[in-house]
Design a protein around this ligand. Sequence first.
Ligand code: SAH
Length: 221
Amino acid sequence: MSCSGNHKNAERSDERKRMVEEQIKKRGISDERILRAMLEVPRHRFVDRGQQVFAYDDAPLPIGYGQTISQPYIVAFMIEALMPAPSHRVLEIGTGSGYAAAVLSRVVAEVYTMETVKPLYETAKKRVEELEYNNIHLRLGDGTKGWPEAAPFDGILVSAGAPLVPKSLVDQLAPGGRLVIPVGGRINQSLLRITRAADGQLLQEELAMVRFVPLVGEEGW
Ligand code: SAH
């Protein structure tokens, strides 16, 4: 029986409905599967008790260790930019709270996610297990080198701002795969989408200006 699961998903569902209508749909996100995932994933379960009242606000929130959970709209925008299909395997760099990985896990087949801060990794792992998102694989380590054992990926989502595009990540894109990554300065970055065409050619597009915490590590800051 999935009664308890349904109950869990029903928690604060009115606030999520409002979030999706006012913050996500109105700004032009139209992929039904992403909208459904945002209605389903309990964002308040990904922040500390003291932050839970703000969980459905139109803003990023602190998650400790100087890091933040991204604004809901940004999560939806970046996932839509990946053009995710149900069969896809996606790598996320910067697990943070685990929220973006949870939303992604409702729209693709497998999610691989990496985090460098150990307590964040541990908390995210516990949450993902409690909520039974069984297609999320978490790893503690430097995501700028990717996850070679699980590569290639149909999509790679980087949730932190990079000084340059890490070569290891481009190398781990499957033909037709897309890398969505904020690149630029420590405060402001431009959100890039790099697509590997079937013939191996790389196409780069600039999607928006964004503000992310720095991507650290060997191919980061
Ligand atoms: N997607 C997250 C938000 C992440 S904030 C969420 O939904 O909550 C960015 C995260 O990237 C931080 O937790 C930071 O510790 C992590 N990070 C920074 N550099 C990294 C690297 N090289 N590898 C993996 N994680 C990294």
